[in-house]
Design a binder for this molecule. Structure first.
Ligand SMILES: NC(=O)c1ccc[n+]([C@@H]2O[C@H](COP(=O)([O-])OP(=O)(O)OC[C@H]3O[C@@H](n4cnc5c(N)ncnc54)[C@H](OP(=O)(O)O)[C@@H]3O)[C@@H](O)[C@H]2O)c1
Length: 339
């Protein structure tokens, strides 16, 4: 077992709360502090914010105080990244694991990448981005690829009814509840899939193939009636589902694909079936099919998003400085979790 590592959690939204619950009681991690974005969370006990017993740690907006705790790692999970904050964290020598879309480091443009990389190198710290998808599900696909003698196409599908993940801000930013002919709809869904282009690039690098291009296609499903999901309402005639493919193309054919079916509810046309989880397929020799699901139940997206970051903390703290990705780290596992 490695030495114990001090962790500061950055925000306690859906994913951040799951990260706190996964960090507390983790055999090699100690939660020592927590940043709050929302003013009304400042001063409140972090356990209470995350639905567990009080921890005696209060959330704060004071970044200097958090860095003075000399954490080994920040678990950075806000809705949108603040690059000034990230630069301060990294240049002070603190490693970062994050669910923000920066898998290969390029997710937010060249200027953001340059700032983050330079801060990390100045501070001797590493930044690692993961999650479930993009993130760990494609990593499982990469692990499965090692069984093959030939790969013609490797694909990952996320196929979910998202009505159980109450995040109106995120879903509206993807284009849900827009009129299907609203020109923003296609732009928003493609924009929100930028991270999958990043993911395809990371997979291509890991698989040792040069891609000619990355293509994006998506279809919409339209709500048959107005439905209130509790956290947001989707109006009849508006977008209630997306089905799409982000394809890495080599020699004119798709060879690496990130696919998705995202539906809110099921009363829509067309009503694509959902597999409630992740399906990994390799066409080649041999053909391989894997499914990641929670038998008989619901795969908690907040947990499966947070834990690939939390469980990567020891490897990220040991990694060379800079932006590191799945091809740079040892395979992230649930190390130390069997007790
Ligand atoms: N790769 C994956 O598999 C995957 C899956 C899901 C989500 N994600 C990403 O993970 C991150 C967290 O997702 P989430 O669903 O946990 O998000 P969330 O619950 O919507 O927000 C997380 C926290 O961000 C803070 N926040 C709220 N509005 C903000 C704003 N406008 N700008 C900056 N911060 C804001 C709040 O912090 P306080 O708690 O301090 O108030 C909030 O609790 C996002 O970047 C999301 O895109 C990745």
């Amino acid at each position: 077992m490695t030495g114990r590592l001090k962790v500061v959690q950055w925000t306690t939204g859906k994913t951040g709360s799951a990260a706190v619950r996964g960090t507390v009681g983790h055999p090699v991690l100690d939660l020592v502090g927590c940043y709050a974005y929302s003013a009304d969370k400042v001063g409140r006990d972090v356990g209470e914010l995350c639905g567990i017993a009080p921890l005696g740690i209060t959330a704060t907006g004071d970044i200097d105080a958090l860095l003075a705790l000399e954490p080994d790692c920040v678990s950075y999970m806000p809705y949108r990244p603040n690059f000034d904050h990230l630069v301060r964290i990294l240049e002070s020598g603190v490693n970062v694991v994050t669910t923000m879309y920066m898998l290969s480091g390029t997710g937010y443009g060249e200027e953001a990448t340059r700032r983050v990389r330079e801060a990390a190198l100045r501070g001797g710290a590493s930044l690692y981005s993961s999650g479930i998808y993009p993130g760990h599900a494609p990593m499982v696909a990469l692990a499965a690829s090692a069984m093959c003698t030939r790969i013609d196409r490797i694909s990952v599908l996320e196929s979910l009814d998202i009505s159980g993940y109450a995040n109106e801000q995120m879903f509206r930013a993807q284009g849900f509840d827009l009129e299907p002919d609203d020109p923003r709809a296609a732009q928003l869904v493609e924009g929100s899939c930028g991270s999958f282009k990043d993911q395809i690039g990371v997979m291509a690098r890991a698989l040792g193939i040069a891609l000619d291009e990355i293509r994006f296609t998506a279809e919409f499903a339209i709500a048959n009636q107005t439905t209130d999901f509790g956290f947001m309402t989707v109006q009849k005639g508006r977008i209630a589902g997306f089905k799409g493919v982000i394809a890495g193309v080599a020699a004119g054919r798709p060879v690496i694909e990130c696919r998705f079916v995202w539906k809110i509810g099921s009363d829509m046309t067309p009503d694509w079936p959902v597999t409630r989880g992740y399906v990994i397929e390799i066409e080649g020799d041999p053909n391989v099919r894997l499914k990641i699901e929670s038998p008989g139940g619901h795969l908690d997206g907040a947990v499966t998003t947070a834990m690939p970051c939390v469980n990567a903390i020891p490897a990220v703290c040991a990694a060379p400085p800079g932006i590191v990705n799945q091809a740079d780290l040892p395979f992230v596992r649930g190390a130390h979790l069997i007790r």
